[in-house]
Design a protein around this ligand. Structure first.
Ligand SMILES: [Zn+2]
Length: 209
């Protein structure tokens, strides 16, 4: 089994890019359609700002039994710094609570997984996550779709590193970066199946928190 996970990032800076028309969209409906067409279970880590920006897309994902939705912070600010240039969040627990409230409205039964923005954490961050009853989830395979310039690079990067039990991180954003993920997905899924690996949700892979 392998868990394909997709992060739905949204920062206040990304919102400004959308408002200024510099980026068309940070949702990728083609990717969601591909996951459905290929019947690939997936776990979607959503930021609160992304849910607020794309409420209907978020609700559609949350209502689809093929997917599970989980917490990726409210505004994708870092829980420890330095973290790839991300700003540091002022109140970690508030960031978690606001996002959990949005997720609860979409699907009250969603699993209490949390992914740190940028994967950055320290002891205090782990404590805050535990205090909110959430289970942090990292990854062992980076699909590289945030920086890829071709779908083939995402396919190769993923399939070169994946093995049974892997958690793969990819992105649900449709703008730049990661607008190529939907084009990489069919070959990734084919490659997994050729290796005898079955895509499942995170809850299936590691158990429900
Ligand atoms: Zn992220």
């Amino acid at each position: 089994m392998v868990a394909l996970t997709f992060d739905a990032d949204m920062t206040t800076y990304m919102e400004k890019q959308l408002d200024r028309g510099e980026v068309d969209s940070y949702a990728n409906p083609r990717l969601i359609a591909e996951l459905r067409r290929l019947k690939v279970p997936a776990t979607i880590f959503m930021t609160g700002l992304w849910i607020e920006r794309y409420p209907r897309v978020a609700a559609g994902l949350a209502a689809d039994p093929l997917f599970e939705v989980a917490d990726h912070s409210y505004d994708h600010e870092a829980f420890s710094t330095p973290c790839y240039g991300l700003g540091r969040t002022g109140d970690m627990r508030l960031s978690l609570r606001r996002t959990e409230a949005l997720l609860d409205r979409l699907n009250p039964g969603h699993p209490r997984f949390f992914r740190f923005p940028g994967g950055c954490y320290d002891k205090a961050a782990l404590k805050a996550v535990a205090a909110e009853g959430l289970t942090p989830v990292q990854w062992d395979v980076v699909g590289g779709d945030a920086f890829a310039t071709s779908p083939d690079a995402i396919v190769k990067q993923t399939l070169d590193h994946v093995r049974g039990g892997s958690i793969v991180v990819l992105h649900l954003g449709g703008g730049k970066p990661s607008g190529l993920t939907d084009k990489a997905l069919p070959a990734i899924v084919r490659g997994l199946r050729e290796r005898g690996l079955r895509p499942v949700t995170l809850s299936t892979l590691v158990g429900r928190p």
